[in-house]
Design a protein around this ligand. Structure first.
Ligand code: HPA
Length: 269
């Protein structure tokens, strides 16, 4: 793991807030960060050793403050493996948020619906994941002071949190799907054959993020809640091409529901 001591020292010089909850905002979902009563906003570029976000729709900064009475740190923009960063960089912000004291990770993403019962605009509670990135963020020496060499992934997505998210969605009258997220490298969207493969493997949604961050959060003993915004039917399900514009457009339409749900969850955590 890259040392984050200098980064932590810098961030602590900017704010006294000790965040309980870390939130990663996926493509098109960054607006939630603007609802935080911010004590500090720290662009990644101010942080020593931090990579830069290169995808449009990702702002690239930490927002630290209060949301629904809880102290939070949110990432507006994340680092993807397909951008060419090593896994250690992809997960660096999670290491930093854990070092700052966060015990909970709420992670979100835009994902293609592999399950044919899903429609664009659906929210999916992540029940479990499949690491299909052919890489792993914990490969290398293990720091036993931080987490175990062989972390248990049998309940990576916290059971009580899943229950709570379902209850909050129901109270809000929001329909929420539930399923398995498969993480791929991208940057291509899948071929129809790959989408059939993922379905056969038991995936309900597919995307290019989240899995490395969740693995590191579990290693750090954080409790994780994951929500996918189904931005499109995965390749081959409908007779139409996929585009990043469609992904952003759909997440823009659904972000109101996403925002309301996450706020309700944060309030009741
Ligand atoms: N595939 C992979 N990643 C994605 C998709 C998809 O269909 N939609 C949004 N992110």
């Amino acid at each position: 793991m890259k040392t984050t001591a200098k980064t932590i020292e810098y961030m602590r010089s900017k704010t006294d807030v000790v965040p309980e909850i870390a939130i990663i905002l996926g493509s098109g979902l960054g607006d939630l960060g603007d609802k935080i009563e911010a004590d500090a906003i720290i662009p990644y570029e101010e942080l020593d050793g931090f990579p830069r976000s290169t995808v449009s729709g990702h702002a690239g900064r930490f927002v630290i403050g209060s949301l629904e009475g809880k102290s939070v740190i949110a990432m507006q923009g994340r680092f993807h493996f397909y951008e060419g960063y090593p896994m250690s960089d992809v997960v660096l912000p999670v290491q930093v948020m854990a070092d700052l004291g966060a015990k909970t990770l709420i992670v979100s993403n835009a994902a293609g619906g592999v399950n044919t019962d899903f429609s664009p605009g659906d929210l999916m509670l992540i029940d479990d994941h499949i690491n299909h990135m052919h890489s792993h963020p914990l490969i290398g020496p293990n720091d036993d002071a931080i987490g175990p060499r062989f972390p248990d992934m049998s309940s990576a997505y916290d059971r009580a949190y899943k229950q709570l998210a379902k209850q909050e969605a129901e109270k809000l009258g929001l329909q929420m799907k539930e399923g398995v997220y498969a993480g791929t490298t991208g940057p291509t969207y899948e071929t129809p054959a790959e989408v059939r493969m993922f379905r056969t493997l038991g995936a309900d949604a597919v995307g290019m993020s989240t899995v490395p961050e969740v693995i590191v959060a579990v290693h750090r003993n954080m409790r994780v809640l994951g929500i996918s915004c189904i931005s499109n039917a995965a390749a081959g399900i409908l007779d139409q091409p996929l585009s990043h514009e469609e992904v952003i457009e759909t997440t823009n339409e659904v972000k109101g529901n996403f925002l309301t749900l996450v706020r309700a969850i944060v309030r009741s955590l």
